[in-house]
Each structure stands twice: as structure tokens, then as C-alpha cells.
Design a protein around this ligand. Structure first.
Ligand code: SF4
Length: 62
């Protein structure tokens, strides 16, 4: 069960996480985690985004 999702420093705004899970990630200058998200509803997509981030800055707290 995911408790929190963070994007650490170093995001290169490639767009990958938003394309995998737009409900959770929004790309501005860097990727940001949307407010008020029930992470449990998007567990698979969040894990996939974290695994596919080219600079490994998506941290998933379980
Ligand atoms: S996949 Fe990683 S580098 Fe790409 S926008 Fe998302 S957090 Fe940033």
C-alpha cells in the first residue's frame, strides 16, 4: 500500500511519469505529484512510473 509519492531533485521533465500516470504526475518545470490523490488507486502505474524514470527520482513510500 503506497503511503506517499515524492519527486526528488534531479527530474529532467522527460514526461514519462505523466504519460504513464497522468492522474498522479503533472509536468511543469519538473514533475510534481498532484494534491489529494488516493495513491492506492494507482499503485501499479505509480510503481511503473518509478521504475521507468530515467533518473530514478520518483520515491514511493510504502
Ligand atoms: S519520469 Fe522522472 S525525469 Fe521524467 S518527468 Fe517523471 S520524474 Fe521527471
Amino acid at each position: 500500500m503506497i503511503k506517499n509519492v515524492l519527486v526528488e531533485e534531479g527530474c529532467i521533465a522527460c514526461g514519462m511519469c505523466e504519460s504513464i500516470c497522468p492522474e498522479v504526475f503533472t509536468i511543469g518545470e519538473v514533475s510534481e505529484v498532484n494534491e489529494g490523490i488516493d495513491f492506492a488507486s494507482y499503485e501499479e502505474q505509480i510503481d511503473e512510473a518509478a521504475e521507468n524514470c530515467p533518473v530514478s527520482v520518483i520515491k514511493v513510500e510504502k
